[in-house]
Design a binder for this molecule. Structure first.
Ligand SMILES: Cc1cc2nc3c(=O)[nH]c(=O)nc-3n(C[C@H](O)[C@H](O)[C@H](O)COP(=O)(O)O)c2cc1C
Length: 480
């Protein structure tokens, strides 16, 4: 299954065209997005591969052993439950959502056609690219990335600002979207430069077709003073601008917060005090991910910008956990985003207390089609675990997230070595020697653990390239 990471996730995939019986590309995509249960569910009981010459693999530009992967998957148990999207139904401040998945405010939700295609693909709604009264003139190029294995984007940096359509053009888009997709949810992000602009934008959005508003207090790429993340970093300003919107809007609204702070709850509380119905987090993290070390030809558009994608998920989870624990936010809407790519990522945010899920970077990398595995993966997981609604699992884990002083330090958990998988590379030995507690020795090219020295830190589990070390998950009382 490791092979799956090499899949190019092609548009108009050759494997599916070559097969002609089923859609191998959709099966591979489910595996790629951590939805093995969905991939197995999609496979027909009578697998045509058994009598085929493997033309799917022969046509694959990445030379993936497609037939072998599918045959192996077929040997696994098929989920007994079926996929029913009704379990995903939820709401955004009382407005029905067919599922919790929304495009987040950005380029992915910046035109009528883009939103319409996303809605057709199955997204429950979109937070439209931030609308403003500024004259937006974007820099080029405006994106950069850190890549992981097989060129997967791990971290993504942008220096993009706000919608470059006029207000009139944007309102036309909202009206048309609402007319043609009345059951889809339209959240509109707004940003003003001063009191008058916040008031004006809030006023005009009342009859624009928007279902709700998101106040952008968090874009890190703004040039105008007291806009974007400059606001989100100062609770007094958050409160001030929120109050203005409260007194001008008829719509429910949330405040989108910046992660470029130490205590996000301070801005969240300020927004709620001033009348917001909830919060969204996180916007992008201020970052500089590459430096030209040989700038002979002059540096091109190097600037601190906003970091997003998989790499920011841990930061986003931390902030959502803190917001979810904040008593002032109980009963308020929490819309979560930051590095969500798979249904499992989304589930982690939901069990921490997220009411809706927003996504940009994964859509930029893989397209609107990721909604297939977000929906199927979550719906099948809920069915397999006996839940009848996604709302039943909200906040189910939050009590387990404790501060470091509350951690139970009375036990340790040893690693478990899977001898048959061990290739004898000694990486665990090196890490334990130089970054751990010298508890591993090598004997006959295999690691041996000295339990009297092991502190159960699990560094060996994390570094083993052949996944031959796992956690034993057994709590052993510490000897003191
Ligand atoms: C290219 C790009 C443009 C963005 N533009 C906006 C914007 O106009 N308004 C806004 O509130 N957030 C904007 N964001 C932030 C995203 O909505 C989102 O909060 C952030 O990227 C984290 O989610 P992700 O990891 O799924 O991308 C933008 C992000 C990217 C990558």
């Amino acid at each position: 299954m490791k092979e799956i990471n090499r899949c190019y996730l092609c548009y108009d995939a050759e494997c599916t065209k070559a097969c002609g019986v089923m859609e191998p590309d959709r099966i591979l995509r489910s595996l790629y997005f951590d939805a093995g249960h969905v991939a197995r569910y999609k496979l027909p009981e009578d697998l045509p591969c058994l009598t085929c010459d493997g033309r799917c693999g022969k046509s694959c530009p990445a030379e993936l052993p497609v037939q072998k992967i599918i045959s192996e998957l077929h040997r696994q148990e098929r989920p007994e439950e079926s996929i029913n999207y009704d379990v995903l139904k939820t709401d955004f401040l009382g407005i029905p959502l067919e599922n919790p998945f929304l495009l987040s405010s950005s380029v992915v939700a910046s035109t009528y056609d883009m939103c319409a295609r996303a809605f057709e693909a199955g997204w429950a709604g979109a937070c439209f690219k931030t609308v403003c009264l500024m004259d937006i003139d974007e820099a080029s190029p405006r994106f950069s990335a850190i890549h992981g294995d097989n060129h997967r984007i791990v971290g993504f940096k942008n220096i993009e600002q706000l919608s470059d359509h006029t207000l009139v053009e944007n309102i036309d888009i909202f009206k048309k979207l609402k007319k043609n997709y009345p059951d889809k949810f339209l959240l509109v992000s707004i940003m003003g430069r001063n009191d008058e602009e916040w008031a004006y934008l809030a006023d005009v959005m009342n009859d624009s077709g928007a279902d709700a508003l998101e106040l952008n207090f968090s874009c890190p790429n703004m040039t105008a003073e007291n806009t974007g993340s400059d606001v989100g970093q100062i609770p007094e300003l958050v409160e001030h601008y929120t109050q203005i919107v409260t007194s001008h809007t008829k719509l429910p609204f949330i405040a989108k917060l910046t992660p470029n702070v130490t205590h996000i709850e301070e801005s969240a509380d300020a927004a709620i005090r001033a009348g917001a119905d909830g919060v969204a987090a996180i916007n992008t993290i201020k970052s500089l991910i590459e430096v030209d070390i040989n700038p002979k030809d002059g540096i091109i558009n190097a600037s601190i910008g906003g970091y997003s994608g998989k790499a920011v998920k841990p930061v986003a989870l931390r902030f959502i956990a803190e917001l979810s624990k904040d008593p002032k936010l109980h009963g308020k809407h929490i819309s979560a985003m930051g590095g969500i790519e798979t249904w499992k990522d989304a589930l982690e945010f939901i069990v921490l207390g997220a009411d809706s899920i927003q996504i940009t970077t994964a859509v930029m990398e893989y397209g609107y089609r990721i909604i297939d595995d977000l929906r199927d993966g979550l719906a099948l997981y809920l069915a397999e675990n006996g839940y009848s609604s996604v709302n039943e699992i909200k906040r189910s884990t939050i009590r387990g997230i404790v501060s470091t002083d509350e951690l139970d330090r009375s036990y340790l958990i040893y690693p478990k070595f899977l001898r048959e998988k061990c290739v004898g590379c000694g990486r665990c030995y090196i890490s334990c020697m130089d970054g751990g507690h010298q508890a591993i020795t090598m004997k006959d090219k295999k690691p041996v653990l000295d339990a009297s020295k092991c502190v159960g830190c699990h560094l060996c589990v994390l570094v083993c390239p052949s996944e031959a070390i796992v956690s034993s998950n057994i709590k052993v009382p510490k000897k003191r």
